[in-house]
Write a protein that binds this ligand. Structure first.
Ligand SMILES: [Ca+2]
Length: 102
């Protein structure tokens, strides 16, 4: 098994760990998503606006506004955090989107 396969398995296991706590085992309800974000993304964050950030993440996660967070919606957050962490580790700023392309 490659390192990437192992990482993907861990991400899937992490999502399923929280998703199976209540209701549908394939999606995160609001409580499950809140717990996952708090423990896995904001665990060490001591900023005063942590609660505000979490509400932003919750809104952004539920892309289709159905009240549940699917694995695809969760992966979009993981991807964004991974990109930001990579730029942070490199000491670079996240590049602005190209102008006139939207
Ligand atoms: Ca669930």
């Amino acid at each position: 098994m490659s390192q990437l396969d192992k990482l993907m398995d861990k991400i899937i296991d992490l999502f399923q760990h929280y998703a199976k706590k209540e209701g549908c085992i394939y999606t995160l309800n609001k409580a499950e998503a809140k717990e996952l974000i708090t423990k896995e993304f904001l665990g060490e964050c001591k900023e005063k606006n942590t609660q505000q950030k979490m509400e932003q993440y919750m809104t952004q996660l539920d892309n289709n506004q159905d009240g549940e967070v699917s694995f695809i919606e969760f992966m979009s957050l993981v991807s964004i955090f991974t990109v930001f962490t990579n730029y942070d580790l490199m000491g670079c700023q996240v590049p602005a989107p190209p102008k006139g392309k939207c």
